[in-house]
Design a protein around this ligand. Sequence first.
Ligand SMILES: Cc1ncc(COP(=O)(O)O)c(C=O)c1O
Length: 438
Amino acid sequence: MTVMLDPEIANIGKTSFIHEPRGGDPGKLTLTKAQGTYVWDDKGRKYLDFTSQAWSNNLGANDPRVIEAAIAQTRELTHARPNFNTPALLELTALLRSITPGDLNRIGYCLHGSSAVEMAMKLAFRNRPDAKHILVLQDAYHGRSITTMAASWPHPKNPFSAISPTFHRVPHPDEYRPRMGMSIEQEVELCLSLMEDTITRGVDGGVAAIMVEPIMGNGGHIVHPKSYHQGLRDICDRHGILLIWDEIQSGFGRTGAMFAADHYGIQPDIMTFGKGVGGGFPLAGIFASDKLDEFQGGEDQLTFGHFPISMAAAVACVKAIIADDLCTNARRLGDFATQRLGEMSERRKLIGHIRGPGLFVSCELVKDRVTKEPAMRAASEVYRRGIGKGVIFGESRYLGLGNLIKVKPPLDCSIEDMSTALDVFDTILGELEAEGIA
Ligand SMILES: Cc1ncc(COP(=O)(O)O)c(C=O)c1O
């Protein structure tokens, strides 16, 4: 669908957006329509969206079941203060309780992942009121509010640090880039012991929680072995500390299980969710253990903390993820993708490492497989040329980890569309090799 935009409107981004340099982002597309794995721009061009937007359309874009539910809810009631119940709130809560792991039966809602992470940290302090700290991992990403930014990787020149809280960032194991040539088992042992040292000797005042992404997303798609997560669970139990898993990116089928917690068979005390839950509508929140005390009074009240349209959309979305068995599809398609990438890596030396699980797929591009020097220019060329060839790949841009290409379409993507996108990736890698770009 070509949309004729008034030229003045079409160019307004060059001077208006506070999130962009003056002059605008020259590569920025204006999207006009989305359906399933596809998006269209204002020139009528169609793209395969292998980012699911913000890794958030786990169910393909504009699924009719979600759209109909949102429209029906919009006709009845759009806004309700958290002091009231609505059928959408109650139905969603019952549905989510039926799929959460273990005793994570208490639910809190908000609209953004960053707010959900803040809610999780507040609940940890509400339950450990004498503690002073939350420990996080180096390379973590937990959001972009002032607090969650401080809990994420060190921003090169964080201009907001004047009012940022202090978080202790603890090292974590990385199978692809191990310290001093250690095996992954040695790295796990070292990092667990550093975590325990930090708790006992590294901070003044107690630790309320350890907060981790079970599979690190924006910090480089780092997958930790089960032994590491089990070790963190054991440390928390030994020291009476709460374990928070930030599942905002890994939840709702992305890893091939409903939650990464199911994948690992480990239960945190608090789990955040967001992104894929709302079928494209904004929704996030936390699941908390029955053992925890709830907030008191207005400790965590937000105007749109109860947003019936998103909740009705989420009921339809989660039911569709279950009915269409998208966890199985994510595993099947993810296995297909990692296998194809593996075959490609025999010919394409730029591919340094391929990661999963499910449709949490990515590969690191490197200049040299021995030194593992990141091929950042190659990665940004894959992104740029991909758009030219009709595929939007994910690219990691932060923290000097800009060499990761992410293959994260909606979970209901077809094998044919996956094949097409991987063929385009293969072609681009061939072009880059021929041109000597790394
Ligand atoms: C693991 C994780 N936590 C928190 C967030 C922040 O979510 P939001 O952008 O909705 O605030 C993100 C977003 O990418 C995320 O991946």
